[in-house]
Structures are given as structure tokens and as C-alpha cells.
Design a protein around this ligand. Structure first.
Ligand code: NOS
Ligand code: ZN
Length: 388
């Protein structure tokens, strides 16, 4: 009899598996229907479509542009409707609710407070509104029987000049819903060292940060993020592949930067679908995540922008299962990697791994046993005696 133990996880199992998300933009994950509602309520007339389904399609297609710069243009519409306290609370609450319904148990959601000041909110009011929304979403998730914990990462835009101010904001809200800092936006022409003062400040404060690096620009960006700025994690980091040589016989040689990233267990926040849209990778099967996972880099799987990529954590896992035949053990490995790399305290990360993630996967991994028993009713009724 063939064991089902190693069979491919089903979409339903993937959805029920506990998942951890470290790289997801608040302004890249709105429900299309919410964008339409908020545009009406706030008087924003610039939306390209007014029907939610068509608007969702518009975002996916417009973001499917082959360039990070064009991909980022779509955020003008989401940021436009996220300018009031009520809008931010709603978007954040729905974010937590949607992630929890998808089986995400821990998420770090990022956004750039400086992009939400157009209607007169202060930076503090933006952070407090988003925090309120996350708490509301966690509460609604509990009511629905789901469990999720959400922390915020404050992003500074790399083309702008407010990074030190945003880093100070992140530090001030450190024990109040904010768990770290990030820089995002166009990468080419805006190297991480442009914001060195912000990173040096956070290091002096013993605070945590990640840097978008190695997405639309290569090794120099990753090198700066790590060796000049001291990033705890890399947002994307896919281009680390440029420092890895695979010979025809399969022998692998890591260059000095790739060795450093692997040796120091630098977490890579990989976002496969987003990378296909910005042409940082050609297909799921060719995405560097396959090789990096085999080489035991500290790889994590993320959504980046659920709206623009029409994705979810479950969808990202499904794509990878299809491309690389990953098992539940592989999905657990990605999830434990992500939890180890989170910015919350060590004891909480450990409890999440031991008390939530491992038991969740253990339960899923045991399902084949019971499915098999149910599929052989003759044995259960005793009419067929198994041969010893
Ligand atoms: O993959 C990405 N690379 C770089 N920047 C990004 C990416 N996704 C979103 N943003 C940028 O981050 C801002 C704050 O959330 C978004 O408004 C968008 O401009
Ligand atoms: Zn991102």
C-alpha cells in the first residue's frame, strides 16, 4: 500500500496551516470594494474603475509592468483613499481580518506614515489609527475563531528625506504596536546609505529594521544594506543569486556576500509573485527561492502586495508547492524561519513556534492517517482480516 504521507499539501491544508508573514504593505493589500467605498466617502475621483472586480483586475494588470517604478505607480490610488483616521482604521482592521482568515497567525505589516498626511493627519495620528485598526481586526478575527497577532513596521520612502524622522517615530512607538522600521520605493538611484543616519540612530536605540534591497538593483544594494546600514533582514534580497555560481555538474560556489548572508542567517523576505510582476524573476519555477531553500539560506515566503499581485500567503505557498513539489515539512520550515526572524521578543517567537506553528503542522501532517482509515471501510467493519 502506498503511503500518503508525502503527498502534496492540498489548497485546503495550506490555508489551514499556520503561516507567518513578515513582508506585506498595508497600502498594497486593500480590498477592491473598500477602495471604491473610501473613494466615494472621501471624494477621491481618480480611480481608473468604479466596479470592485474591474478595479481589482486593473491593479493586477497595471502592476504587471515588468518594472518596479511602474509597479509602484499603482500605489497613488491606494494612498489617495488612506488619508483619514477612519479610512486607516478600516484598512488596517480588514488587513488583520483577511490575513487571519487565510491562516496567518503572525504578521508584520508595513506602511509609510509620510504618505498619509495629505488631509492633515499628523504622523502620530496615522500610527495610532493603524494600530487601532490592527487591534480591531485581531478582535474580529477572534470572534470568527481565528487567531492572529499583528505588528507594524514603519517605512520611510527612499526617494524622500524623512527617514530619520520616521525612525524616531518607530522608536517612540516601539512598545505601542510598532516592531521595526524599513525603507521602500524605487531602489535604483536611491541606495540604502542615503538613509545611514536613520539606521545608525536605530542601532544606537537597539531597535530593529529591514531594508528593501536586491529587488530592482543587485549586489551593491544588498552589500550596503548589510555592511553599511546593518539591516537585520533583507526585503526581497533575490539578487543575492548573482553571488552564487552553479556549475554544470551542480557544484555550487558562494561568493563572499552570499556566504555572509547564509553564515549569518540573514533572513530573506522573498515575495515570488511580486518579483514576477517587476521582472526580478522570470517564473515561479525559475525563482531563486528554489536554489536558496536547497542551500539552506534563511528563506521566508511573503506576499508583498496582495492587491497588486492578487495573492495571499496561501496562494504564494500554492505556487511554490506547484513549482518545487514542496511538502508540509517545507512549508513548516519556511514558517519557522519567518517566526525566528520576526522583530518581537525571543520568548514570544519561541512560544509561537512551539505552541502554535509546530502543533498546527503536526496536526496537518497526521491527517493522512485518518484519511486512509476512512478510505478502507472493509477493514473498519471487520469483514476483511488483514494478513499479518
Ligand atoms: O516591492 C516593493 N519594493 C519597493 N517598494 C515597495 C514595494 N512594494 C511597495 N512598495 C512601496 O512601499 C510603500 C509603503 O508601503 C508603498 O506605497 C510603495 O510605494
Ligand atoms: Zn515590499
Amino acid at each position: 500500500m502506498q503511503s500518503q504521507k508525502t503527498s502534496t499539501p492540498t489548497p485546503d491544508q495550506i490555508r489551514r496551516a499556520p503561516k507567518v508573514l513578515l513582508h506585506d504593505h498595508l497600502d498594497g493589500g486593500l480590498r477592491p470594494g473598500t477602495i471604491v467605498d473610501l473613494a466615494r466617502e472621501t471624494g477621491y475621483t481618480g480611480l481608473p474603475e468604479s466596479d470592485p472586480d474591474k478595479l481589482g483586475t486593473w491593479f493586477r494588470e497595471a502592476a504587471d509592468s515588468g518594472s518596479l517604478e511602474r509597479y509602484l505607480e499603482t500605489f497613488a490610488h491606494t494612498c489617495a483613499v488612506m488619508q483619514t483616521r477612519e479610512a486607516l482604521v478600516r484598512v488596517a482592521a480588514e488587513c488583520a481580518e483577511d490575513l487571519a482568515a487565510d491562516g496567518v497567525v503572525y504578521a508584520e505589516i508595513r506602511y509609510a506614515p509620510e504618505q498619509h498626511l495629505e488631509a492633515g493627519l499628523t504622523l502620530e495620528e496615522v500610527v495610532e489609527a493603524v494600530n487601532e485598526g490592527f487591534r480591531e481586526g485581531e478582535r474580529r478575527a477572534r470572534e470568527d475563531g481565528n487567531r492572529i497577532r499583528v505588528g507594524a513596521l514603519l517605512t520611510a520612502m527612499r526617494h524622500a528625506a524623512r527617514s530619520l524622522e520616521i525612525a524616531e517615530l518607530a522608536n517612540r512607538y516601539r512598545d505601542h504596536g510598532v516592531v521595526g522600521f524599513d525603507i521602500a520605493g524605487a531602489e535604483a538611484g536611491f541606495p540604502p546609505t542615503r538613509h545611514l543616519d536613520a539606521f545608525e540612530y536605530l542601532k544606537r536605540e537597539n531597535n530593529h529594521f529591514t531594508i528593501h534591497a536586491g529587488e530592482a538593483f543587485g549586489l551593491p544594494s544588498i552589500w550596503q544594506a548589510l555592511q553599511w546600514c546593518g539591516a537585520d533582514r533583507l526585503g526581497h534580497g533575490v539578487r543575492i543569486i548573482d553571488d552564487i555560481q552553479v556549475a554544470e555538474d551542480g557544484a555550487v560556489k558562494l561568493g563572499p556576500l552570499a556566504s555572509y548572508v547564509r553564515d549569518k542567517r540573514i533572513p530573506l523576505e522573498m515575495c515570488p509573485s511580486s518579483n514576477l510582476q517587476t521582472a526580478a524573476a522570470a517564473s515561479y519555477a525559475e525563482h531563486p527561492i528554489g536554489l536558496l531553500r536547497r542551500l539552506h539560506f534563511r528563506v521566508t515566503v511573503n506576499t508583498d502586495n496582495r492587491l497588486m499581485s492578487g495573492t495571499s500567503m496561501s496562494r504564494e505557498f500554492e505556487h511554490l508547492v506547484e513549482a518545487f513539489a514542496y511538502s508540509l515539512d517545507d512549508l513548516q520550515w519556511f514558517t519557522v524561519n519567518a517566526m525566528k526572524s520576526a522583530f518581537i521578543p525571543f520568548d514570544e517567537r519561541l512560544a509561537m513556534i512551539n505552541d502554535v506553528i509546530k502543533p498546527g503542522y503536526a496536526e496537518l501532517k497526521a491527517e493522512w492517517l485518518f484519511q486512509q482509515a476512512a478510505a478502507t471501510p472493509a477493514l473498519a467493519s471487520g469483514s476483511a482480516t488483514p494478513q499479518a
